[in-house]
Write a protein that binds this ligand. Sequence first.
Ligand code: SME
Length: 164
Amino acid sequence: MAEATLDLRREPKHRAYPQLQAQLITILAGIDDDVAAMATMSSVIHHAFQHLWTGFYRVVPPDLLRVGPYQGTLGCLEIAFGRGVCGTAAAERRTIVVPDVNLYPGHIACDARSKSEIVVPVFDARGTLIAVLDIDSERRSAFDHEDANGLEQVVRWFAGMGRG
Ligand code: SME
């Protein structure tokens, strides 16, 4: 059994993400279930870094994001493509790092304590957008290209699980 609580707050990011990935691979070995995987990933990432909000918005046809498994205070239930950071990342199919949410036009404030944010698109093996991973922090400039790279690897691994 993997250690229940992973604390990566004091690790440099280049070491934190490989540890996070290793922990997720161990915990989710043999699990072929998107909801179980998204819930577990949200919990592990959220607590390892003590983020403010960590979770998934799932793509629902035609162009809507609907909240999925998450950790944190109440999130928006639905976000249209093109709206806020999540909807923009979905529409543009790219990771968006927002160092200061107050300077991002159209940012949707679900929790007033949120200062910075990263949103990473999740694609399946065919390149179809299936979700976005959204993480909020109480700290300004909490996320950078190292978080983008680390989280993009995590979601690539998730998208490959059980889907060949
Ligand atoms: N801030 C996000 C909305 C989702 S919540 O923060 C959980 C956005 O602007 O898309």
